[in-house]
Design a protein around this ligand. Structure first.
Ligand SMILES: [Fe+2]
Ligand SMILES: [Fe+2]
Length: 135
């Protein structure tokens, strides 16, 4: 069973964003599997860095989609991304200094904040975009 199971609840109904969310979830799952199997530290650091990079790219593309659509919640949403990006960066920095800093507990915290953000914040944008498409 994957660490984060993809489910309909994680789909926001905006295809490009759903695709990016899936890729991000896959990367986190691979990172978890690699930690779990005691993979070499350098390899795991690369995987944490990949999650950080993908999250950053995703936040930027989601913010661009929101700006394009003139989503009224765009500025507030971008602030939430900044907060999450800072958490991910702190996570990466801590891990590159100290391997014991990255454990299942921290990874769970990271994945919970991401899935919570998708289910709640991103989903609001998804519903708004779908309603708007009907007009
Ligand atoms: Fe978002
Ligand atoms: Fe998102």
């Amino acid at each position: 069973m994957a660490f984060i199971e993809w489910s309909e609840g994680l789909e926001i109904g905006v295809d490009a964003m759903d695709t990016e969310h899936r890729a991000l979830v896959d990367s986190i799952n691979q990172l978890e599997a690699s930690l779990d199997s005691g993979e070499e530290r350098s390899r795991t650091i690369q995987m944490v860095a990949r999650v950080a990079r993908e999250a950053k790219a995703h936040f930027a593309s989601e913010e661009a989609a929101m700006a394009n659509a003139k989503y009224p919640g765009a500025a507030l949403h971008a602030l939430k991304h900044q907060h999450m990006a800072a958490q991910i960066l702190a996570f990466l920095t801590r891990y590159s200094r100290d391997t014991s800093a990255l454990n299942g507990h921290m990874l769970k915290f990271l994945s919970d904040s991401l899935t919570h953000h998708i289910r709640n914040e991103d989903a609001i944008f998804g519903r708004w975009a779908q309603e708007r498409a009907k007009l």
